[in-house]
Write a protein that binds this ligand. Sequence first.
Ligand code: GLP
Length: 261
Amino acid sequence: MDVGIAESVAHAASIAADLIQRAGRAKPEVVLGLATGSSPVGIYDELGRRVSDGRISLAAASAFMLDEYVGLPREHPQAYRSVIDEIFTRKVDIDPTRVHGPDGTARDVGAACADYERSIRAAGGIDIQILGIGTDGHIAFNEPGSSLASRTRIKTLTRETRVDNSRFFDGDLDAVPSHCLTQGVGTILEAREIILIAAGNAKAEAIRQAVEGPVSARWPATALQLHPEVTVLLDPAAASRLDLADYYREVWASKPAWQRR
Ligand code: GLP
């Protein structure tokens, strides 16, 4: 695991954009994994700027979202599909028909989840997965207790997550759906490369667990320790509880060019 403690969340987003730009140059048909939430917004903004000034093109890329609320119509402004259109798709030059998400309105949820897994496989798998992290240590919507081998499925959101996300629903907890479809931890671990971005004190404990805690379903993000190509990009507040922060800073600063991804 590479841990980069950036000066700010904007700096972390720019490092993430560098990694995505490199992946996109090596493979124009790069398959991106997209997280929703506020953490990755700076990455998408930076990619938008780089598309505008010609440094990168995502015209041949495709993308798969991590998760979706169950029961919100696609056009609902807080449906993750609408959010991704707003924060990512319309800012870059990707073909919108190649941006995929789990169908949270499907009648047959099991079939929709199995279809989603099949479509990721048919695209050749995810090359570079962008992740945020919940304050309870979830990745995508894999709440504490999720199997670390799980696949795309329906999950019940914790109260903590619903309270956290109520800010997107005018503070109305009752308006936050109780269920979601989410890629499983096992699905996420199949991505070839993973970038996790987190900022702020509220994420510090989840980050401490994810990076330095024992691997456990109690903190699903700890499963990332089992993946060989993970970069965790943090602002100083999110990194504030890491025991080995000084060591991570030293490693990052002295990384030889051949070791930089
Ligand atoms: C949601 C999403 C996650 C995201 C998390 C953190 O629950 N399902 O993918 O990582 O929120 O959100 P934020 O980045 O807004 O703190």
